[in-house]
Design a protein around this ligand. Sequence first.
Ligand code: ADP
Ligand code: MG
Length: 323
Amino acid sequence: MPGDEFDIIREHFTRQPVAREDVLLGVGDDAALLLVPAGAELVVCMDTLVAGIHFSEATPPAAIGHKALAVNLSDLAAMGAEPAWATLALTLPERHPVWLADFARGFFALADHYHVQLVGGDTTHGPLSVTVQAHGFIRNGKALRRSGAQPGDRIYVTGTLGDAGLALQLRSAASEGLRKRLDYPQPRIDAGLALRKYASAVIDVSDGLLADLGHLLEHDALGARLDVDALPHSQAFLEAIDQPGPGPHPPYYELPLSAGDDYELCFTVPPQHCAPVEQRLDALACGCTAIGVIEHQPGIRCYYRDGSDYQPASRGYLHFFDE
Ligand code: ADP
Ligand code: MG
C-alpha cells in the first residue's frame, strides 16, 4: 500500500471546502504552518479509536470518521475552547475506496460544521486504527478545567445520559435514535463556549458520569451528592427500557450513572451563576439539567428524590440485557 498513500491522501483528504485564514500551509508539505491568534492559548488533545475496541465491524465507516473527530471536539468543548484545526493518523489494513470515501464523508461533515480544517496527518498500513488530534483556541487564562469546583456549587450535565450505553447493550435491537447517539455523538462545543464565564469546573462524560465526575472531584479532594431521580433521559432511552428490567439496579438509573460514550459535559456552577447558565444552555438544543451539589466530604453519594440512599451497582460496564 505505501505507493498508494499519496493517492489516498489526494483523493480523500485534500478536498475540504473549509479553508481557514489561520492555516498558512495545510495538507501536502512536510508539516503544516498555523497561526495562533494573539491573546489566545492553543488547546490540544488527541484520541485514538481502535477497531474491535472502540467500534465494531457493524459500525458504519462514516460513523467512525465522525466519532474520531467528535471525541476530540468533545475534549475541546470541555475546555471551553473554540475548535480550529485537526490532524488525522490513519492505519488501514487495506485500501478500500468505498470505506475511505464514507469515512471521509463522516469526518468532514463534522469538521465543516465546526469550521475545523484538516491540516495534516499520516497514513500507514496495519490493523485499523484512527487517531485524531484537535486544536482549538481559548483566550489567555480562560480555559475551563477539571479543577476549580467548590462546596456548594451545583452539578449539571448537558443533554441526556445512558443512550450510548443502552445502544451498546441492545446492539442490533437498538432503535435508530439510540444507535445515532452511540455512532454520532454530538460534541457540546456551544455549551462549552457558553460556560466560559460561569462554570467552576468541566469534564466531558466519556467513561460514565460516576467515573468522570470522580475525576473532577479528585482534583480538589471534594465529594458530591447526586439526585438520581434528576438524571436526564432521552425519549429513545425511555421507550427502549419500557420493558421489565431485572433486579434492584434498574438500567433507568445505572446506565446514566455508569455507562460511557455519551460525550455530554458535566460541570459545576457557583450558585450565583446558575440562573445565567441555565438560561444560556436552555437556548441550545442540548439543554442542561441540575443533578446534584458539590460537598466537602469526599466520595459520591446518590439519593432518590425522597431522600433515601441509592447504591450504584458499579462504576463500569454492566450487562443488564444479557440474560
Ligand atoms: P512525510 O513522509 O513527510 O511524513 P507524508 O507522506 O506522511 O509525508 O504526508 C504528506 C502530506 O500529507 C503531509 O502534509 C501530511 O500531513 C499529509 N497527510 C498524510 N496522511 C494524511 C491523512 N490521513 N490526513 C490528512 N493529511 C495527511
Ligand atoms: Mg508521514
